[in-house]
Write a new protein. Structure first.
Length: 361
């Protein structure tokens, strides 16, 4: 009969440390693969990512989460979110913040969030308008026909938030057209229903935002629609950068639209994996930030970037973690409720993993 050793925590740590010191010697002997027990093997996880620049070091294998072997798939965000929301295809995935919050508010507990936000934008500055529509300023959107790929998408939520709180234009002031039909929308997986009081219809079958613009059937389109160089279309804000700067200085918000989720069953089985993934994304972002600073170096040396602005390049405009993002995330959950997308203001504790609710020291 095997005798069980009753070791204190400190004695166990000393024993584990001694055992780990033997691993390099075993590896040199040529028996590392055979000697490595299954308990020491990396766990295998699938992950779906959009391929944003701050994810590239992970996708290209330069950064690896400790203890995790990732099978990586890169795919366009619309398809990625649809596949994850409908079928939970990936163990870990980039996810629409808005759709995730809506899902949580309606009792979907399949996923738990990690506060990694690889993409951000000033979405209300990305609104496109049709020449001749009579829209010269944000307030002119009242009473106009506005199209959006998906009503509940985070970009549209933030655009409505900006219009309402900066210019007094509410969702109820506009006539909405949604391009994606229920069967191919993210809302089809979250039980989306048009909010009360909003004039809402789907883009007719066989038509699109582009064709409706061309036919004069809509006056404006919200974020993610790329006007490109199409004649007769322009941005709502003629100086988009100036508006973005004004908004940021006033609110301190640089709105995020994507986060990372992990299947709850995996987070419960391997709770350490949550912070290891967070740390990997943090490291990947740091790699990109360092590369940015290095590339900017020549502009500093040539004094092409004024000295009083060089310090700005050292600033990280894409902070991860709860501490740096709590205020904007609370704004996001409040906006979701305010716009009728969720039945309550969702508590961030219901969205993100407990280990991520406070940043590590």
């Amino acid at each position: 009969m095997k005798k069980r050793l009753n070791l204190s925590r400190r004695e166990w740590l000393y024993t584990a440390a001694g055992a780990s010191a033997l691993i390099p010697a075993v590896a040199k002997s040529g028996f590392s693969k055979a000697a490595r027990s299954s308990s020491l093997a990396d766990i295998q996880l699938s992950i779906g990512l959009s391929g944003s620049v701050r994810e590239r070091p992970i996708i290209e294998g330069h950064v690896k989460p400790q203890g995790i072997d990732l099978t990586i798939t890169t795919v366009g965000v619309s398809e990625l979110f649809w596949r994850q929301l409908h079928f939970a295809e990936f163990d870990v995935a980039e996810m629409s913040c808005s759709s995730f919050i809506i899902a949580v508010s309606r009792g979907d507990t399949r996923f738990v969030g990690i506060p990694v936000f690889p993409t951000r934008n000033f979405f209300h500055t990305r609104i496109t308008v049709r020449e001749g529509s009579g829209i010269e300023k944000p307030e002119d959107l009242k009473g106009k026909r506005v199209a959006v790929p998906e009503y509940q998408q985070t970009a549209a939520l933030w655009a409505r938030f900006g219009l309402q709180h900066e210019y007094g234009v509410t969702a109820q002031d506009m006539d909405w057209y949604m391009e994606r039909p229920p069967e191919s929308s993210h809302g089809g997986a979250t039980g989306f229903q048009p909010p009360r009081g909003v004039k809402f219809q789907y883009v007719p079958a066989g038509e699109s935002i582009v064709s409706m613009f061309a036919a004069g059937k809509i006056d404006a389109a919200f974020p993610t629609f790329n006007a490109g160089n199409r004649p007769g279309l322009r941005g709502l804000f003629r100086d988009r950068v100036a508006e973005a700067g004004r908004y940021y200085k006033k609110t301190g918000f640089f709105p995020m639209n994507h986060c990372i989720v992990i299947k709850r069953e995996i987070a419960e089985k391997h709770p350490w994996a949550v912070m290891n993934l967070f740390n990997a994304f943090q490291e990947a972002k740091s790699v990109v930030h360092q590369q940015t600073q290095e590339l900017a170096g020549v502009y500093f040396e040539l004094d092409l970037i004024p000295r009083d602005r060089q310090q700005a390049v050292a600033t990280d405009p894409f902070p991860y973690g709860m501490k740096a993002n709590r205020a904007i995330l609370e704004g996001l959950t409040k906006a979701s409720y305010e716009q009728g997308l969720t039945p309550r203001v969702v508590d961030l504790k219901d969205v993100f993993h407990p280990a991520t609710m406070e940043d590590p020291a």
